[in-house]
Write a protein that binds this ligand. Structure first.
Ligand code: ADP
Ligand code: MG
Length: 701
């Protein structure tokens, strides 16, 4: 079969050999023939569209020029060095400039030769130049060749130095495709191909690399994007079905005295409709006989804690224990306190377990957990230590899930014979497309409504020069009895430097807000938990009016009296983090403010982020914008997943294809859950092939 050909190690390809193979492996993760065929061009250069230098009229669009190089010059030394060259065509000339890889560029371009240059012109001193253009010699024999769309492959300096630039990768691929003819077997079923009018896999692969024309390129792209997303969905959904069939869940069939008493006596407010809906979804899961695996998303302040508590009470009513795991000690402590307060005089034995729990106390906790005397355990990573054993753990709630690695979650999961139900809560809204791909095997619940009576937080962007005005404003707020957060980012490579930034800020704030009129709390990651707790408590009790901190306060803290959030160097934060921080205020009755401080030096993207924050308070909208701005690779929690090594599909642009793929996968599995029918055979074969070497990332969470 074709499998063995595509699995041939790349060094056996003519023109590769052991050294180049090693570079390909290291730089591009290309190990086999198949990997090379699946290494798609990232762009196509339309040879028919060449700009005249004279016609360059605006910055920041990519254009292609063709002309002669002259006057190659190195200016400056070492770190300040740059290389310049002139490119001229029959309409004019333009400067090209390089700040990096100077030696390599100098060796690879020659004066008085013709080049194709690709890049973004920028205006500098009233003249256009192009920094770090892609540059390729014009090869005579190529001109007049039929294909006008030339593939362009991403390479690296290291690969180029081994003779594996864009061109060479293209040539290797071309030769390989010729050899592979007839061996690029179909992966989709004929039914799907007919239904979606797709071109064959072989035709798609040929045209993705060397498009015959733009129409075929676009059909090749559609086919390969669909295929990529479809198999991910098929895998996730199959996993979900599999789990539902194989794994029994404890049945929580009754609602008893805990829930009823709480509802009747302790519920401090009317539930929002969204809370009611989500609680119902959870109840259905818990009673179904299958293990719950549910992701609960809700913006900061949407009332997730109460939902968690209701789920816990259901567990208790059915004779089970429950636990909540939180990412930081502060957050775990706060959860324990607020839940204890809501429980009031219900007979629930709840305890907090964190890294700073004393050994003696810890021992008692361990014993009481095993005897079943303790009902609810709330804590940090300390929960997953082996010594922590439950009598009957029925429900695990994980707060702020992106902070926990897959492995850690797996450990909790293994704490029972019948696995506990799992509810993962996150206040970082995940864009739908990303969620479908990352957590496609989980059920989703969304609290899309805030409790009534919240005042919208006013968000303002202020440049550093407005600091005096800011301090004036803060003083006024404090005079009215409000409290203020001032947050510094973690920006430097070294924690020491970050700490210094924070301390410098703290000092300058101390000068402007002197004792005895003002008192300031300070909290940062280097402090001992007890010391942190002490500073936090001073702020919570209102003994201090200002809280200066790093992002340790990001999640969970609930202090209704704090009405102003100042974020220093706001341009350095990601959007979801800014949104999280802003969510710390706006919890009380007073008008709240979020003030984003930045320097005048802003990148386009930095500015855009601040604009989005000023204009939107909707966490989902912000998450979508974040995904658009940064791409999925940078979003919190996605890095290690490996799910997002998408070769061709784009979670933003291809949302429609993704949804279609998911629906179709669902439909197919509905009729044929194990993909046994002859028609679905190719799907099963491909599924096995695609994921045989991948870690089983879908297994838990
Ligand atoms: P988050 O979803 O960020 O964890 P919390 O559960 O901390 O939000 O709730 C935020 C605040 O809103 C808390 O002070 C909580 O008591 C309050 N709250 C929750 N649900 C309601 C509701 N239905 N009506 C009024 N206030 C509510
Ligand atoms: Mg919370």
């Amino acid at each position: 079969m074709s499998v063995s050909f595509l699995d041939t190690p790349i060094e056996y390809l003519k023109g590769v050999g052991p050294q180049r193979a090693q570079s390909l492996r290291q730089e591009l993760a290309i190990n086999t023939f198949g990997d090379l065929i699946n290494y798609f061009p990232f762009r196509y250069i339309d040879k028919s569209k060449i700009y005249k230098i004279r016609d360059i009229s605006n910055s920041n669009t990519l254009i292609q020029l063709k002309g002669q190089i002259s006057n190659i010059q190195q200016i400056g030394q070492q770190r300040a060095a740059r290389l310049t060259a002139n490119l001229s065509d029959d309409s004019g000339s333009i400067e090209l400039v390089w700040f990096r890889s100077i030696r390599w560029i100098k060796e690879s371009i020659k004066e008085n030769h013709e080049y194709i240059v690709f890049g973004k012109p920028t205006l500098f001193n009233n003249k256009y130049n192009i920094a770090h253009p892609e540059i390729e010699p014009v090869e005579k024999e190529e001109e007049g060749l039929g294909e006008s769309l030339q593939p362009y492959y991403n390479s690296s300096e290291k690969l180029k130095s081994r003779g594996l630039g864009n061109k060479a990768i293209g040539n290797l691929t071309r030769n390989l495709l010729i050899r592979a003819e007839g061996m690029l077997s179909e992966t989709l079923s004929q039914e799907i191909i007919n239904k979606l009018k797709l071109i064959s896999r072989e035709e798609a692969l040929l045209n993705i690399h060397f498009p015959k024309d733009p129409q075929l390129l676009s059909r090749a792209q559609s086919r390969l994007k669909f295929e990529e997303l479809f198999f991910i969905q098929l895998k996730l959904l199959r996993h979900k079905i599999n789990r539902a069939q194989k794994i029994k869940g404890n049945v929580f069939s009754t609602v008893g005295k805990y829930v009823n008493e709480f509802y009747a006596k302790n519920l401090p407010f009317e539930l929002t409709n969204a809370q009611k809906r989500v609680i119902k979804e959870i109840r259905t899961d818990l009673g179904s006989g299958k293990q719950m695996n549910r992701l609960l998303q809700g913006d900061v302040g949407s009332g997730k804690t109460l939902v968690a508590l209701m789920a816990i009470l259901i567990a208790l009513d059915n004779g089970f224990q429950a636990c909540i795991m939180a990412p930081t000690e502060i957050l775990a402590t706060q959860h324990a306190k607020s839940i204890q307060a809501m429980l009031n005089n219900l007979e629930v034995k709840l305890i907090l377990l964190t890294g700073s729990t004393k050994t003696a106390e810890r021992k008692i906790i361990h014993e009481q957990l095993q005897s079943g005397e303790l009902n609810v355990l709330i804590g940090t990573h300390a929960l997953i230590e082996d010594a922590v054993k439950f009598k009957t753990l029925g429900l695990v709630i994980i707060d702020e899930q992106h902070r926990f690695g897959v492995e850690q979650r797996a450990k909790l999961w293994r704490k029972n014979n019948i696995p506990p139900h799992i509810l993962v809560m996150t206040a970082t809204p995940i864009p739908r497309t990303l969620g479908m791909t990352l957590y496609g095997d989980l059920d989703f619940s969304v609290i899309d409504e805030l409790p009534p009576g919240r005042k919208a937080i006013k968000t303002i962007h202020q440049y550093d020069s407005g600091r005096l005005k800011l301090f004036g404003f803060l003083k006024k707020q404090i005079k009215q009895g409000n409290q203020v957060y001032i947050v510094y980012p973690l920006i430097n490579e070294s924690e020491k430097l970050d700490l210094k930034d924070l301390m410098d800020g703290y000092e300058s704030i101390s000068r402007d807000f002197p004792l005895p009129e003002y008192a300031i709390s300070i909290v940062h990651g280097k402090m001992k938990p007890a010391q942190k707790e002490y500073e936090m408590q001073r702020f919570i009790k209102g003994e201090t009016q200002l809280m200066v901190s790093t992002t340790v306060i990001e999640v969970g803290i609930d202090i209704p009296n704090a009405s102003v959030m100042v974020i220093e160097n706001a341009e350095r934060f990601g959007l979801s983090q800014l949104h999280q921080l802003r969510g710390r205020v706006g919890r009380g009755a007073d008008q709240s403010y979020c003030i984003l401080m930045s320097s005048y030096k802003l990148t386009g993207e930095g500015k855009k982020r601040l604009e989005i924050m000023v204009n939107s308070s909707d966490g989902f909208e912000i998450a979508e914008a974040d995904l658009r701005l940064r791409g999925p690779g940078d979003l919190q929690g996605t890095q290690q997943s490996g799910v997002l090594d998408l070769k061709i599909a784009d979670l933003i642009k291809d949302e429609k294809i993704l949804k279609y793929a998911r629906n179709l996968a669902n439909e197919i599995l509905d009729k044929d859950p194990t993909l046994e029918t002859p028609a679905n055979k190719p799907l099963k074969t491909q599924l096995i092939r695609m994921f045989k070497n991948k870690p089983n990332w879908g297994l838990i969470s």
